[in-house]
Design a protein around this ligand. Structure first.
Ligand SMILES: Cc1cc2nc3c(=O)[nH]c(=O)nc-3n(C[C@H](O)[C@H](O)[C@H](O)COP(=O)(O)O)c2cc1C
Length: 274
């Protein structure tokens, strides 16, 4: 008898790892294990009631202290969308997706609702609002996928905080966490994940087996989807004989992102508690 999740775990991690016992077969968990980001969409519009339902689910996410410091903007005006898309020409899905949302950390509302406002431009205020927005974003993604839609988060907006802030009229203490493209998906592939032995620790943090585990992961991922002929910046780093995920991500991380975001936050209400 095939174990439940065997195919899904293999698709996600590149091997059928042992769950250590019997578990209930649940179709939604199978769907989560097979989830993927979608950057291409067919032309079908997303019905308004469906979008409202997805957003209602998104804002059902947990919220630190019930402060509810996430907000979202539906970018419906074509001119505004085009201005956002023009900031990042190498990601045409920002302009093409049937729906485009921007999830915001909102440390402003908590100050506005009170006659005795607590200063919320601290590191704690920023972090809590970021986490709330990220949880709403991911809940939105899972809700959309459950209803047959596909999504792509867009954090590169933060590389253009000044322009995004102006286009979306963001007041102080309200900041973009990520955009979200949404529509009926056209095509995508499953992106293999690091094995749980690296990402899930027991009782204490221990990454002593990291190098070996990453090497195995690199090779499993390469066997499924090789990046050998898509090496980043060979003129800087050379051409690697074996080019796996770890080399690709190490090269990518050498190009710093979010330049100016911290400075923009400092001029938009956050002193991070000094
Ligand atoms: C916070 C966040 C920001 C992201 N920003 C972008 C982005 O700016 N552009 C993009 O094409 N994909 C973006 N992604 C999608 C990731 O590249 C994608 O989730 C990752 O490659 C794993 O693929 P998967 O979701 O299909 O498993 C983002 C994902 C997250 C969670």
């Amino acid at each position: 008898m095939t174990k439940p999740y065997s195919d899904e775990l293999t698709a996600r991690f590149g091997y059928d790892f042992d769950l250590g016992g019997e578990v209930e077969d649940n179709p939604w968990i199978r769907q989560v294990l097979l989830r993927r980001t979608h950057r291409r969409y067919d032309s079908r519009p997303v019905p308004e009631p469906l979008l409202r339902l997805i957003l209602a689910a998104a804002f059902s996410a947990s919220s630190k202290s019930d402060f509810q410091q996430a907000s979202a903007i539906r970018v419906e005006n074509r001119g505004q969308r085009d201005r956002l898309a023009a900031l990042i020409p190498d990601m045409p899905w920002i302009g093409n997706a049937p729906v485009f949302l921007v999830f915001l950390g909102d440390a402003r509302r908590l100050e506005r609702i009170s006659k005795h406002p607590a200063a919320n431009g601290t590191m704690e205020g920023f972090f809590n609002a970021t986490v709330d927005a990220a949880l709403a974003l991911q809940t939105c993604i899972l809700a959309a996928e459950t209803l047959g839609l596909g999504t792509c988060p867009i954090s590169v907006l933060r590389n253009h905080a000044q322009a995004v802030g102006e286009i979306l009229a963001l007041p102080d203490k309200v900041f973009p966490v990520a955009g979200l493209c949404l529509g009926y998906p056209a095509q995508a592939f499953i992106s293999m994940r690091l094995p749980p032995e690296i990402t899930v620790h027991r009782d204490r943090y221990d990454d002593s087996g990291l190098a070996q585990a990453v090497d195995g992961y690199d090779r499993r991922r390469d066997a499924r989807h090789s990046l050998k002929n898509r090496q980043k910046s060979p003129e800087v780093f050379g051409t690697a004989a074996f080019y796996g995920w770890s080399e690709d991500k190490a090269r990518q991380a050498m190009t710093p992102e979010g330049a100016g975001f911290a400075e923009w936050l400092r001029t938009h209400g956050f002193d991070f508690g000094k």
